[in-house]
Design a protein around this ligand. Sequence first.
Ligand SMILES: [Zn+2]
Length: 269
Amino acid sequence: MQCPVCLKNTWKNRGTQLIECASCKFVRAKDDYFLANFDEVYSDKYYQRGDYFNYEEEEKALKKNFTDRLHKISAYVASGNLLDVGCGYGYFLELARTRYKAAGVERNHQTAEKVAKRLDLEIFGGDFLEYTSPKKFDIITAFDVIEHVLNPKEFVAKCNTLTQTNGLLIIETGDIESVLARVQRDKWRLINPPEHLNYFSRKTLAALLASTSYEVLFVQRVPFWRTLRQIVFRSIKRDAGFISKLPNLLIPLNTYDLIFVGAKKCKSV
Ligand SMILES: [Zn+2]
């Protein structure tokens, strides 16, 4: 498989589940993980003991994070059309629609329908690459999404086609070159293919964005809130009976391994 960042095709192993591009150092899951049944991976189970111990229990924590991110985004683009890709249960859209004319895309059809009904917003259910819109967006947001997609170059190119020139693309993802990821290696909590297929660093993400006519405006190492249950679930990477007995606490963290990136569309690809 060609490297989506530099388009070369020379890979070397990086730990037991990942490979690294020998040319640009982009990291991705080994080939076999790309053959997973993704309808199964992203069925309703995904939100319960998949990537999340219990996604609904994370609502308060996620909304605290999204309030912070929304504040940062609005410093760059104060109004206009916003598209949230991978909108999940719509927690970000619920906040964003107070400022922007908001719409969403969600891979899971039933989740998309539920969110559309609950928030009375336009939510496309299905693969983002199949989404079309008569209007161009001023902002596209993708929180914890790019690590999941089969081809991140196609993903960013699709964002480009849906965005006004000078429009903003916001991406939040893990940083495989962060100190924590390098120290923990295979044990880093964000290594969980086939859910996470792509593992960017500031450098490889900037290179990908540049190759799709985006200019990086900022990269921040952002703090985040999580529930205690989610933290434990992610740390041990499995469901254990005691997790649901833990108190429902919200905890602020900064592990310096998440990057929040804003980029401006320079021209159409
Ligand atoms: Zn490469």
